[in-house]
Design a protein around this ligand. Structure first.
Ligand code: PRX
Length: 656
């Protein structure tokens, strides 16, 4: 059996509970861990509110809260009456301490440049950019859209918004002009902060062009700030009275900006994520609860110490980057490594070179990246000295045990604990993960809920299932960093997360619990596909496909993929007279890429004369999944015309 075949047979959906290996924290790690007394679990469970109130003390508050929690399901308020500022917590309090000259951000550009920003540097940059925003007319409560490559200015822009109380909406730089426009219009941003472009795999990816395209139909936007990342300002098309260069505005900005005392429940940011309908959801996070969640989890799960060099490889455009590149580590006064580009540029050892160069001690990445590293081979990590590493983490999708073991052996040198962290854009911070000094790990399991979190696996009716039985993951009581609503759509908030079960949060994930109470996440149970740890809604891709003049109808599904976890497969019926050629398949893939972004491009498009539908006209994606996975077809009795699926099957299974 090759490594890849073996990995496939141990896919997270099948064979999970056969995994019996147990990795206990070493005595050495346990002794030095930030948290190493198992009593913390019991104590937190006994009085969750008191536990979270204690954790909130990790933050600086201008005014302490009057009440810890108000729970009017499904609406929670945490630390009511408290006043704080997230940027003050991430910057000022370190600037005012012994950490002033400590590196806050160590940045490496893909072409190889290096910048180090101390907490002092970060303080001045954030203060100045806060004033830039204010001078452009941004007020407390105004939404600011940020569309940037992974440069320190992205973190600076985020923190500046937090400082003046303007909720940010960061849009991942890989999203298209259309996706950007949709997100700008949904939250009615007045300002867009962007760059001319960024480097990725040796190419300069233009971002400003996408902004110009998006703004053709985004009337709320008044001003655009452009950071120069490329070589030549003259190449950039600046609109008079709308577009301003970052550096020119910064030159004139005052060096101090009073941090806005934010109410604990004031919105800190919104971040769009995919759901089951075509329209992305603006997930709303507020200040006090979110900051408590990310600060506590960073301290406990990543075991952050004063001299750690911490690297989370996520882009700030995703929630992982918000919580564990910016807010969590900086609130803890950590040194954060930030890298702009791809892991295989100029060579497949780039990540390991960065670990060696900066003596990275904590490394947090996605299973999809680990599976790529496995495929590339151990010669790449072996070229580098990885002995500085002391803790590893994964996030975004279930990790197959084979990848876990590889990570443990070849990157962690069999000595680093691995924290497999389960959470979501909506949860704000990690909810299920080992505390590395306490909990023994099992490859492929995110282990147990962290202290203060009450989770379970239940059946369709909300009853807990027996150990080993599949069911739905639920969170049974509120937690500080939970989403508060979906921006502008409270009904969707209630329907999506709180209508399947009464007073229990439904994240949309399948799970099993084993006899030790360990959670094994089994992937999404809704119409959301997880491609390389990124969420894509099937409906979004379907809408993009039917937007093409040749397409009549489409159905999109997720298919398991060796590296990406899942990939996108589309079944498409074409308009009368159009032929399904390989050229058209290619054109449709590019069309989806252009409409949404490269991450949403289907891996494969099948042309079919019809789609399988129920008598009421609902497309039966389950059967299409069976075909794509090469499985025996499930129940076809509810189909309006059962021969349709047989025809698709014979059309494709012979050829594949
Ligand atoms: O299905 C789960 C999966 O990623 C989804 C959340 O996606 P997103 O909001 O984009 O956030 C990703 C980063 C936090 C979840 O519903 N997921 C995330 N982490 C894990 C995971 N599945 C299994 N194991 C994990 N550790």
């Amino acid at each position: 059996m090759t490594a890849m075949e073996k990995q496939k047979s141990e896919s997270p959906i099948e064979g999970l509970l056969e995994e019996k290996r147990l990795f206990k924290p070493s005595d050495e790690f346990r002794a030095q861990a930030n948290v190493n007394d198992p009593k913390i679990y019991e104590e937190a469970a006994k009085d969750r509110e008191a536990y979270w109130a204690k954790q909130a003390e990790r933050l600086h508050w201008f005014k302490k809260w009057d009440k810890v929690l108000e729970w009017d399901p499904p609406f929670a308020k945490w630390f009511i009456g408290g006043k704080l500022n997230a940027s003050y917590n991430c910057v000022d309090r370190h600037f005012k301490s012994h950490r002033r000259q400590k590196p806050a951000i160590i940045w490496e550009g893909e072409p190889g440049e290096q910048r180090v920003l101390t907490y002092e540097d970060l303080y001045y940059e954030v203060n100045k950019f806060s004033n830039v925003l204010k001078n452009l007319g941004v007020k407390k409560g105004d939404r600011v859209t940020i569309y940037m490559p992974m440069v320190p200015e992205l973190a600076i822009a985020v923190l500046a918004c937090a400082r003046i109380g303007a909720p940010h909406s960061v849009v991942f730089g890989g999203f298209s002009a259309d996706s950007l426009r949709e997100r700008i219009n949904d939250c009615q941003s007045k300002i867009v902060v962007t760059a001319d472009g960024g480097y990725r795999r040796g190419n300069f990816i233009p971002l400003k062009d996408n902004v110009d395209e998006a703004l053709k139909n985004a009337p709320s936007v008044e001003k655009v700030v452009v950071f120069q990342r490329g070589e030549d300002k003259k190449k950039v098309n600046m609109h008079k009275d709308r577009d301003y260069w970052w550096d020119e505005l910064m030159e004139k900005a005052e060096t101090y900006c009073e941090p806005e005392p934010m109410d604990s429940e004031d919105m800190l940011f919104l971040l769009y994520t995919s759901g089951t309908t075509g329209k992305p959801k603006g997930i709303v996070h507020t200040t006090g609860g979110y900051m408590t969640g990310v600060t506590t989890t960073t301290y406990m799960i990543f075991d952050i110490k004063e001299d750690d060099i911490y690297w989370c490889t996520a882009d700030i455009g995703w929630i992982t980057g918000h919580s564990y590149v910016v807010y969590g580590p900086l609130s803890n006064g950590a040194t954060v490594v930030m890298y702009e580009g791809g892991p295989d540029y100029p060579d497949k050892d780039r990540f390991w070179r960065i670990v060696e160069k900066y003596r990275v001690t904590i490394f947090y990445t996605a299973p999809t990246a680990i599976r790529s590293f496995m495929r590339w081979g151990i010669e790449y990590p072996r070229r580098c000295d990885l002995s500085s590493l002391r803790l590893l983490g994964t996030v975004g999708e279930p990790i197959n045990p084979e990848a876990w073991i590889w990570f443990h052996k070849y990157i962690g040198n069999e000595k680093c604990p691995i924290v497999d962290t389960w959470w979501q854009t909506e949860t704000g911070s990690i909810l299920i993960s080992p505390l590395p000094g306490i909990v023994a790990t099992k490859p492929g399991s995110a282990t147990i809920p962290i202290p203060g979190i009450e989770a379970d696996v239940v059946d369709n009716y909300g009853n807990p299932v027996e150990p080993g039985q599949g069911g739905y993951l639920v969170i049974k009581s509120p937690w500080p960093s939970m989403l508060r609503t979906i921006y502008g759509d409270e009904k969707r908030y209630i329907d999506t997360y709180w209508s399947k079960y009464k007073n229990m949060y439904f994240p949309g994930d399948g799970a099993k619990k084993d006899e030790d109470g360990y959670f094994w996440l089994l992937g999404r149970v809704d119409d959301v596909i997880n491609v390389s740890g990124h969420r894509i809604g099937t409906m979004e891709v379907e809408s993009a496909l039917v937007d093409h003049p040749s397409v009549a109808e489409s159905a999109v599904i997720g298919k398991s993929h060796d590296i990406k976890g899942q990939c996108i497969v589309a079944f498409v019926t074409l308009k009368e007279g159009v032929k399904g050629t390989p050229e058209l398949e290619n054109e449709l893939k590019l069309h989806v890429g252009k409409k949404i972004g490269a991450i949403a491009k289907p891996e494969k498009i099948y042309f079919t004369a019809e789609l399988p539908k129920t008598r009421s006209g609902k497309i039966m994606r389950r059967l299409l999944r069976d075909i794509a996975e090469g499985r025996i077809l499930g129940d076809t009795t509810t189909l309006a015309d059962p021969t349709v699926i047989e025809r698709i099957k014979s059309q494709y299974t012979d050829k594949e």
